[in-house]
Design a protein around this ligand. Structure first.
Ligand code: GP9
Ligand code: MN
Length: 710
């Protein structure tokens, strides 16, 4: 104790005390206020050390000041700033379940709002701990219990301390990389950065990123937009007259089948169909399905698919566009276009935390009016898996909200149960379904979770038919990206009746097909399975044309799949591409009909070179459009820029009900049309969790992205 008392009277001693105090305060915040989702001891250890490096580094700056009248104020100020930043985030987190970005602090961000007037209400009794040490130190100074040490710390020592801090940071970073590869490049959720590197590092990293983006945007000019527009204009494909407006005025259900690949369709294992319900839709006479449709996502996985589908632009070459640019970018996306051109209400239903992939912010810029995230559902006990509410429950528990939306609506459901590692609780397994035995756990269970997803859809559709929603809707059903990664494909090969011995990159590429179906009930039975080649970027113009809305005035990289002008060269995010006849992987060309490498000559060579050039140009123009935020320079005819600040997702149900009330007899919600009676009871699910009482434990945790199978 005496030693400790003496410690405070030396400069190094006082600094050490502050380092320890701030370290403890940060850990206190980690465990008491933030929900960082610690999954294992390793992550716990990283969490313990991550505040140390930056605390030592920042407080260590004071040691370079020789005079005590500089040393003490600088040391105090740094401790104060650190504590302030921490506390600000604690308060912010309580309101937004997210961390403060530099853009928020500087008031630059449009959506990631600053704290509202109610911040006082967000304080908590235990907040005393964030300030107690500072009060005590000030008192000790006032009562001269801390003696100012006139002896300057020599620069060698100061430098050693800085070096130690940097070393600890290095260790921290490598441990983080081990637990979570590509932490800094894949950018998915701010929570990850805080969890692995701490709050200070997150803030610095975010500041660097913001400066980078800012710079790109400031130097951007309108002429760059014109280049992009010239490109998309020249590739525009006019609608197929027989398809234009086929689904005009209908509700749109976008059903995002997580990690769902095309090979699951019509697939039988042990004599049983894996997805009988989806197969029946696929073959239905009112379904327009595509069997050469490819995902085009990059590191942003689900979020990239969402971006491709709803903006008809590509994701980024690195990281997730939603996470990197979603908070501030200008979009001309499906929800806004459908709302402005045809009065659609827009909503997303997804049982994971809102901050995942920065959806909470990005959706506002896309123009989504409602976002029903995990907070709207009971995700306790075994109702959820790592990525959120189980699919059967997601569909069932969404109905209470869905029935309140004004029609026509554009409603997107993002499923999660069919996500790596494809864990399905025993209670959710269909006892009459036996999966394959390939020797790969993920491949084997993939069929089981896909089967579960299929059942959940059947239950949902049964309800929709009862509630009268089926006939006046269009269903856009798609798989977002692969579920089985290239490394597991050889194991998968046997289940597909192929040999793994001569498996090539060509075969991997073949498996990047995902389903795409437009189901338009009672539309004349002219559906069928088209072999047209296309990718996710083509969905928006195709869908708009089905709804009878011209896409001509918008900047979109995709083209209508039904159009005779549709371009069948499908670009992958890494500049590889596939055409109906050839596949190009890292510049190596394969013949699709034989799967063998070829050396093209003459006309074919010239054609493929032109295709490659187009693919590269398209990707780079899309990148320039998004990273430089060029759409802010462009206002399509009659388009009103989305005002992200006008959306608030916290009281969705109340908002929908009050609109219903205001409209009175003009309300078109399912609830109103059902004589103000709920349709919730019409829903049947066999999910055992639906009837179980809720428990406190919450299974949704921020899942490690390595789990996404990369
Ligand atoms: C998370 C879910 C999964 O909310 O959408 O995302 P993914 O890992 O597939 O990108
Ligand atoms: Mn996904």
């Amino acid at each position: 104790m005496k030693k400790l008392i003496r410690l405070k009277d030396t400069r190094i001693g006082l600094m050490t005390i502050l380092v320890v105090l701030f370290w403890l305060k940060t850990l206190f915040a980690y465990f008491m206020d933030f929900n960082l989702g610690i999954e294992n001891v390793f992550q716990f250890l990283i969490l313990l050390i991550n505040p140390l490096a930056t605390t030592l580094l920042t407080l260590g700056i004071a040691l370079y000041f020789k005079r005590s009248r500089f040393f003490y104020p600088v040391l105090g100020a740094i401790h104060l700033i650190n504590s302030f930043l921490l506390y600000l985030n604690v308060i912010y987190y309580r309101e937004f379940t997210d961390f403060m970005t530099v853009a928020t602090m500087t008031g630059y961000s449009k959506v990631n709002q600053g704290l509202s007037g109610s911040s006082l209400a967000l304080t908590n009794l235990h907040d005393v701990f964030y300030w107690l040490d500072i009060v005590i130190i000030i008192l000790l100074m006032l009562f001269r219990k801390i003696h100012f040490d006139p002896r300057a710390v020599n620069h060698r020592l100061a430098f050693s301390i800085t070096s130690i801090a940097i070393l600890i940071f290095g260790v921290n970073l490598s441990l983080a990389e081990m637990s979570r590869p590509q932490l800094l490049t894949r950018t998915f959720d701010r929570t990850y950065l805080v969890k692995y590197l701490g709050l200070d590092s997150f803030t610095v990293y975010d500041a660097l990123k913001t400066t980078q983006t800012d710079h790109l945007r400031k130097t951007a000019t309108k002429s760059e937009l014109e280049k992009v527009k010239a490109f998309t204009d020249s590739h525009y494909a006019s609608p197929n007259k027989s398809m234009f407006g086929v689904a005009k005025g209908r509700n749109v259900f976008v059903i995002h089948l997580e990690s769902f690949q095309q090979f699951l369709i019509d697939k039988k294992v042990n004599g049983q169909e894996v997805t009988p319900f989806l197969n029946s839709i696929y073959h239905g006479s009112n379904t327009y399905a595509f069997d050469n449709f490819f995902h085009q996502v990059g590191q942003g996985k689900t979020s990239d698919a969402e971006n491709l589908l709803e903006t008809s632009t590509y994701g980024l070459s690195q990281g997730s566009l939603f996470a990197t640019l979603g908070s501030d970018n200008t979009f001309q996306a499906a929800p806004a276009i459908l709302n402005q051109r045809a009065g659609y209400t827009s909503a997303v239903f997804h049982g994971n935390v809102a901050s995942f992939w920065n959806r909470n912010n990005t959706y506002k810029n896309l123009g989504y009016q409602y976002f029903f995230d995990a907070s709207y559902y009971d995700t306790s006990g075994d109702k959820a898996t790592g990525y959120g509410l189980k699919d059967k429950l997601l569909f069932k528990d969404s109905v209470q909200y869905l029935q309140r939306l004004q029609q026509p609506f554009y409603a997107k459901f993002i499923t999660v149960t069919n996500h790596f590692p494809y864990d399905l609780d025993d209670e959710d397994k269909d006892s009459s379904f036996t999966t394959v035995d390939t020797g790969s756990d993920s491949v084997d269970s993939y069929f089981e979770t896909a089967h579960y997803l299929d059942q959940s859809l059947e239950e949902f559709f049964t309800y929709l038919k009862k509630a009268g929603l089926y006939d006046n809707s269009m269903f856009v059903i798609y798989g977002d990206h692969y579920g089985i990664s290239d490394t597991e494909n050889k194991k998968l090969a046997t289940a597909l009746g192929k040999s793994s011995d001569d498996w090539t990159s060509f075969d991997d590429t073949q498996l990047q097909r995902v389903p795409l179906m437009f189901l338009i009930p009672n539309s004349g039975g002219n559906g069928g399975i088209s072999h047209t080649y296309g990718g996710e970027v083509d969905v928006l113009p195709t869908m708009m044309h089905l709804l009878g809305i011209s896409s001509k005035r918008y900047i979109q990289f995709g083209t209508d799949l039904f159009s005779s002008d549709h371009d069948q060269v499908v670009a992958f995010r890494n500049k590889d591409f596939i055409t109906p006849n050839y596949t190009s992987i890292s510049g190596v060309i394969y013949d699709n009909s034989t799967g063998k490498k070829i050396t093209p000559t003459g006309k074919v060579k010239a054609e493929l070179e032109a295709d490659q050039e187009k693919v590269s140009k398209e990707l780079s123009l899309s990148d320039s459009l998004n990273t430089k935020n060029l759409l802010r320079f462009y206002t399509p005819k009659a388009f009103k820029a989305v005002d992200a600040t006008s959306y608030n997702y916290s009281d969705g149900l109340d908002k929908a009900i009050s609109i219903e009330k205001k409209l009175g007899s003009k309300s078109t919600s399912v609830y109103s049309e059902n004589n103000n009676k709920s349709t919730v009871d019409e829903y049947f699910t066999d999910a055992p969790e639906a009837t179980s009482a809720s428990t406190d434990s919450n299974r949704i945790k921020i899942t490690n992205p390595d789990d996404s199978g990369n």
